[in-house]
Design a protein around this ligand. Structure first.
Ligand SMILES: C[S@@+](CC[C@H](N)C(=O)[O-])C[C@H]1O[C@@H](n2cnc3c(N)ncnc32)[C@H](O)[C@@H]1O
Length: 343
């Protein structure tokens, strides 16, 4: 009963600002002077659902923007997590983000810096590289039904970045593209963000918010793996969890026969310890951990097949080994933190 009241109380006070709800977990990437994050936080009258990040370090922010520090302080007072030094092209491995998932991941006006004329091909390529890396990372950090939003100028040469194509290469599809109006976000000051004129605004002109979601095929893969599947195996070009229950189709051309058994064996070898560790440290029910790790594995495998066309599927094992190594060092790091806080 108390839970129901709490639940009702929580949703009764939901507040919206344009596409964003106070009930969304929101990650803001590449913020300039943090005025966009603060605009959302002020509208929600809380920032406990906001993780605001910048590539700039705290010291750099103080030099670049006159209001950044007061904006950051206001955000922290409202309960935001503020993280500096977050590279959008590597963020899924950032220690404070790697285990987080979000309903909205927002990058307003991505720009790699001023390295020449905006219509120079090499400059366009630098910007595209940034956005490509951002999509690659953000697509793995969404909660089910989550969206990635990029606000961007739509006139030439900016339209030549071809955001949609960059997104498609990362299993994302454009779900909506709506005009961006700065007046929808009171207090937001768009910033150039680079050079000695970092704190100045840039002319917005025609611009839109592009919304991306994981594509249907990708979502279907997840929904296919619902239910508590346990044993992972590969057969006849299908990746099975508990053969006879549910299966996930993929193109058999990617699997050579000897790789099938090896894939199964290697997955158990690499992940068995992980199941144990997660259960011990989080006290989650065994099936829950099992299900989520399997779901992650299927998603990872399909993403690998999409992004690494032409590579043998056995390379996926090398990729798993890498995750294994990263997980071990992360666990050691977490255990170290725990030791430090013990008294
Ligand atoms: C045109 S400014 C826009 C700033 C802010 N989003 C706004 O709307 O005012 C581009 C921003 O992208 C950031 N940026 C550039 N490369 C980045 C990267 N690899 N990861 C994260 N942010 C990056 C810059 O620091 C700069 O703040």
């Amino acid at each position: 009963m108390a839970f129901i009241q709490l639940h009702e109380e929580y949703f009764k006070t939901e507040k919206w600002i344009k596409h964003y709800s106070s009930n969304h977990q929101i990650l803001i990437v590449g913020d300039g002077d943090f005025s966009f994050s603060l605009s959302l936080a002020n509208s929600f009258r809380s920032a406990s659902n906001i993780t605001a990040t910048s590539l700039d370090s705290y010291e750099t922010l103080t030099k670049k923007y006159k209001n950044a520090i007061s904006n950051v302080m206001a955000l922290v007072r409202l309960g935001a997590s503020v993280i500096n030094g977050v590279d959008a092209t590597k963020m899924k491995l950032h220690p404070h983000l790697t285990l987080r998932r979000f309903d909205r991941i927002v990058y307003n006006f991505p720009h790699a810096g001023f390295y020449g004329k905006e219509d120079d091909l090499h400059v366009i390529e630098m910007h595209k590289e940034l956005v490509r890396g951002f999509f690659h990372n953000a697509s793995g950090m969404l909660l089910p039904g989550g969206e990635i939003h990029v606000s961007h100028k739509t006139s030439a040469p900016f339209c030549n970045w071809n955001l949609e194509e960059l997104a498609n290469h990362n299993s994302l599809r454009l779900s909506e593209c709506v005009p961006f109006r700065i007046e929808d976000y009171p207090g937001y000051n768009n910033k150039r963000g680079d050079s000695e004129r970092s704190d100045e605004p840039f002319p917005l002109g025609e611009c839109s918010t592009f919304k991306f979601t994981l594509d249907d095929w990708y979502e279907n893969t997840v929904s296919h793996s619902l239910a508590s599947q346990r044993n992972l195996s590969c057969d006849h070009g299908q990746l099975y969890y508990d053969p006879g229950y549910k299966s996930v189709n993929f193109d058999s051309k990617y699997l050579a026969t000897p790789e099938k058994n090896r894939f199964k064996e290697e997955c158990s070898r690499i992940f068995e310890w992980y199941f144990d560790h997660v259960v011990k440290t989080t006290w989650c029910p065994d099936e829950w951990v099992d299900y989520n790790v399997h779901k992650g594995l299927t998603l990872g495998y399909h993403r690998f097949l999409t992004n690494a066309s032409g590579r043998p599927s056995s390379d996926f094992i090398l990729f798993l080994e890498e995750i294994h190594r990263i997980s071990i060092s992360r666990i050691k790091w977490l255990e170290g933190l725990l030791e430090d806080t013990r008294y």
